[in-house]
Design a protein around this ligand. Sequence first.
Ligand code: WT7
Length: 657
Amino acid sequence: MKIDHSASPARTNIESHLKEKRLFQPPREFAQEARIKNFAQYQRMYRESIKSPGKFWAREANELVWRKRWRKVVEWKPPFAKWFIGGQLNLSENCLDRHLTTHRRNKAAILWEGEPGERRTLTYQQLHREVCRFANVLKRNKIGKGDRVIIYMPTIPEVAIAMLACARIGAVHSVVFGGFSADSIRDRIADSGAIALITADGSYRRGGIVPLKKNVDDALSGGTSVKRVIVFQRAHTEIHMEEGRDVWWHRELEYVGGDCPPTPVDSEHPLYILYTSGSTGKPKGILHTTGGYLVGIYSTTKYVFDLRDEDIYWCTADVGWVTGHSYVVYGPLANGATTLMYEGAPNWPEPDRFWRIIEENRVNILYTAPTAIRAFIRWGDQWVKKHDLSSLRLLGTVGEPINPEAWMWYHKTIGGGRCPVVDTWWQTETGAIMITPLPGAIPTKPGSATLPFFGVDAAIVDARGKEVGPNVGGKLIIRRPWPSMLRNIYGDKERYKKQYWSEYPGNYLTGDGARRDQDGYFWIVGRIDDVLNVAGHRLGTSEIESALVSHARVAEAAVVGRPDELKGQGVVAFVTLKAGVEASNDLKGELREHVGRHIGAIAKPDEVRFAEALPKTRSGKIMRRLLKEIASGAKVTGDTTTLEDFSVLAKLAQSDE
Ligand code: WT7
């Protein structure tokens, strides 16, 4: 079914084909105990949050610790917003110290399980002490307020300790996903001007060891702004320690005490930079600041997961992504919750690892990604059935649209039909969840992220910026600032303006296509820019193209996505080779590895296809739409090294500009 019937020239060509009719009411027992107990209460609070955002957000902010109260809740000089102006606070104080005077001081803050199976529990008191000690290590190493620090670590408690320690002294962290390569680290150091880097010798993944420190050494060879590398000993592998630059985490601790008062910072003081893909080759350093971000993640964690003090909450994301920042570390800890962290792969040693962890820890809330859910479905229900999942009371998803059948499986097979499912839409840029069910209040429809969170003024517009009617596809925008929004692309105001605020001035462009149904529910279709969503993570096609073109034998490359059963989107690269270079399967393999080395394994093309030339319009634009169709079409049979012949298409293309 085509939803977009409009013949208007402003139509965006975004179509949504889903016609899902199932509706799930919040379970009565759940709703009774929930903070937001019914739809009317949600509507009342939503209306208030839109009508008087200052009042709404001030109330939320008042639940947190401020060293100095703000003068004004928000100042909006489009496209720049400031929140809680004049306020001073410290994020680590809000995540740690504030719980030490309550019954939570002896509560588990972090439950951790390593891939090989070891377990650690850190209470709020213990975590506080470790953060203070490590903050003193940072100071000892001449790292201070405003300095940028790269964190490149496995999912171990120390990654949270490192982040919180930076926040404690006002240093700005930039976590680089442990799956990224040396080149990616180097780019991020250069862009952020980081003076220090925190890493580990290695990390466990599917029984093997990821050589983190080796990647760091490669990234730093040739010289960067990084003066100090602090290395945590995780895998006990042999590594190189550079005299005068590298120090061991455990050795450094011997020199410091456990006392480190939090440094109060301005509400708009930078908290972190997190790099994400855009539609140009250069990753964007998304800048988040302190006060508004804290209020946003505190409030969303509280209402969306409806946390109770006795809950064990598990978000399976890697800390290297924004979900790890907001909903593994900062959101849960700001709420005094118990957050579970697991280091390794979901299918190690067997495909039931997640269910074993849930059973053994009596996990109550599970927050994971559709790509993982699809993998579980594929591995088979027998792995789930082996375990008692009756402790679960709430399920969440994030990262990409979830197809209704996967939603149903999650609901039935994992949730036993009794757990609400919250499909949460947001982005690295939004910092916190934006469109989501509230589990006790908003009836859910499989595949829909439902309705906007408090204070979020989301709309779907046509190419001219006019709001479209029900069931018409368009572009998803946010019409006013929100506390946890990005403040800038690090060091690049012009790009920030152009990327997010220029198409519909004063409105934030998400880059996603969507529609709203007759009940106002949002259905996200996916990215409309040249950005892929592979296994819930954004990859810029041009980044991968740049990596390919940096190979000595490649002349030109075009990267497109194609539907992938497991990953949501797969990466297909069309490559033309330099004159005289022979196409071969070996070269295909080499190019895949090349991309892996330059960006990380996640960006490796699933398929490399060689072409004599790429189909282009007369003005020289690569015809991606056409390549996309070819990429998702039937698999080419026969000799896989055959060159694509685009000459016919290219001729056809001349009329299609
Ligand atoms: C993009 C943001 C937010 C943390 C993980 C990814 C897609 C995210 C959903 C959802 C449909 C979703 C969007 C968005 N996305 N959540 N619930 N339903 N699509 O963060 O790397 O910044 O990517 O992920 O396309 O724009 P990110």
